[in-house]
Design a binder for this molecule. Structure first.
Ligand code: BES
Ligand code: ZN
Ligand code: ZN
Length: 485
């Protein structure tokens, strides 16, 4: 889909359809948009158009409009429209129009950079479908999407580019996250990351099993040993031409291409969903594509530990003790708590590479799904300044986060009789003990941990987005780097 700005007027722009916004009245009777007051009077009169949030009314051959169709999108009460809602309206409009065989869409926006970016991004997110492996994918597609603005402000062009880059990066991430585990093995994930890096001028280093052995990444390798598929640690680096600060951000993403649980095997019912246990990795790869294209003034290194968690004949057993890269020993009491094991070594390696601030993202626990449902990602942090930068970035990225605690008491739950730490902390506070396990390897480095187990995947399609991977928290990552001070 080609995305551009159009500086023509909403009534003059030529397209198969134009999307226009309609507010609900604060109270009393609806006030129609001036350009629709005459031609759509009957629809307003009959309350077919009410302006309710996400209401979509498709009109054909509207007098005064050059576009063939007008899609009236409700935005709710005056002044209440949030960035998330605007992005959703754009996605929902694209999905509805695509279903009608429309080819070119114009979207009449206010001439504000923020709105332009959200509309462009929302349109791209709405267009994506998980049909990569269908023999006959849906042929209907949108060739052209124009955001209609007035005024010559170059900030509008920059905003369009940012929205487009973010939307495309999110869709790359979704293309990766949706792949089945027979096709997306750890080495296949590394190949995808390498291809993206080479196409976008990032440096890439893929550590193989031998190098990880030499370095002493016993925690990561312990998880990998139950699978016939070799593991990898993917490192992608972005260096700005002129850095604004001496900070070096490390973005770490969990890349378990399939999580059977290992010897602590999961129930078969629902196990198929565990192909998305690399959604953190996919979000980080998409993030690095956006960063390569938008060029923030801060150094960023992405680290993706990737393994398949299988119960093969060489698999690690509950009670095994492994030595992590940090030197700390870990008693593996449950092989299904594998994410924290591979992240521990990736976090230590990130610090060895000189990262000064760390953010990791992982589909880490079922407990976060119980705690928050799918309405927010769990956020944990040991540093107020990084936590508030992340919160601001997540708001700009339309990704809801909810701060969770990392009390010292959770560390007591991780005590092991035989090793420095155990990899599980019992039934209580499972998302928090997982975070505190990671904190053990983070040390004093400012750090944010995001548990996106509930937000990385949509179980049911929404009007604005298909079922499947969401790319969360890609928007927060990209905005954190772009707004770094
Ligand atoms: N990948 C899972 C977490 C998960 C569960 C993600 C459900 C999405 C939906 C993780 O590796 C895992 O299995 N965690 C265990 C930890 C437990 C053994 C302490 C869990 O949450 O049950
Ligand atoms: Zn697991
Ligand atoms: Zn897992």
């Amino acid at each position: 889909m080609d995305i551009s700005l159009s500086r023509s007027s909403p009534t003059a722009v030529e397209a198969d359809a134009i999307v226009v916004l309609q507010e609900e009245p604060a109270e009393g009777k609806i006030v129609p948009r001036p350009d629709l007051a005459g031609p759509a009077a009957a629809l307003y009169e009959s309350s077919e158009i009410t302006g309710k949030l996400l209401e979509l009314t498709l009109l054909h051959g509207v007098a005064g409009f050059a576009a063939k169709r007008v899609l009236v999108a409700g935005v709710g009460k005056p002044g209440k429209l949030t960035p998330t809602q605007l992005r959703r309206i754009s996605g929902a409009a694209v999905r509805l129009l695509k279903g009608k065989g429309v080819n070119t869409i114009a979207f009449a926006a206010e001439s504000k950079p923020d709105q332009v970016a959200l509309i462009a991004e929302g349109a791209l997110l709405g267009l994506w479908e998980p049909d990569q492996h269908k023999s006959e994918p849906d042929k209907k597609t949108i060739s052209t999407f124009m955001v209609v603005v007035s005024g010559a402000d170059p900030a509008l062009d920059a905003a369009l580019l940012q929205g487009k880059v973010l939307g495309e990066a999110a869709n790359l991430s979704r293309d990766i996250a949706v792949q089945p585990p027979n096709l997306l093995t750890p080495l296949a994930l590394a190949a995808r990351a390498r291809a993206m890096a080479e196409a976008n001028g990032l440096s890439v280093d893929v550590l193989d099993q031998d190098r990880m052995k030499q370095l002493g990444m016993g925690a990561l390798l312990g998880v990998a040993q139950g699978s016939a598929e070799p593991p990898a640690l993917i490192v992608l680096s972005y260096k700005p031409s002129a850095a604004k600060s001496s900070a070096h951000l490390g973005f770490v993403g969990k890349g378990v291409t399939f999580d059977t649980g290992g010897i602590s095997i999961k129930p078969s019912d629902g196990m198929e969903k565990m192909k998305y246990d690399m959604a953190g990795a996919a979000a980080v790869i998409g993030t690095m594509q956006a960063i390569a294209q938008l060029k923030p003034a801060v150094q960023v290194t992405a680290l993706i530990p990737t393994v398949e968690n299988m119960p093969g004949g060489k698999a690690q057993r509950p009670s095994d003790i492994v030595k992590s890269l940090s030197g700390k020993t870990i008693e593996v009491l449950n092989t299904d708590a594998e994410g924290r094991l591979i992240l521990a070594d990736a976090i230590t390696y990130a610090k060895q590479l000189g990262c000064t601030h760390l953010v990791d993202v992982a589909t880490l626990t079922g407990a976060i799904v119980v705690a928050l449902g799918s309405h927010a990602s769990g956020m944990f942090s040991n540093d107020e300044s990084l936590a508030s930068a992340w919160t601001a970035a997540s708001e700009a990225g339309c990704e809801r986060m909810w701060r969770m605690p990392i009390f010292d008491e959770y560390r007591d739950q991780l005590k092991s009789v035989y090793a420095d730490i155990g990899n599980i902390g019992g039934r209580e506070g499972g998302a928090c003990t997982a975070a505190v396990f990671l904190k053990e390897f983070v040390g004093d480095t400012p750090w944010v941990h995001i548990d996106n187990a509930a937000t990385a995947w949509l179980d049911d399609a929404k009007p604005w987005m298909s079922k499947g991977p969401t790319a969360v928290p890609i928007g927060s990552f990209v905005n954190l780097a772009l707004n770094w001070k």
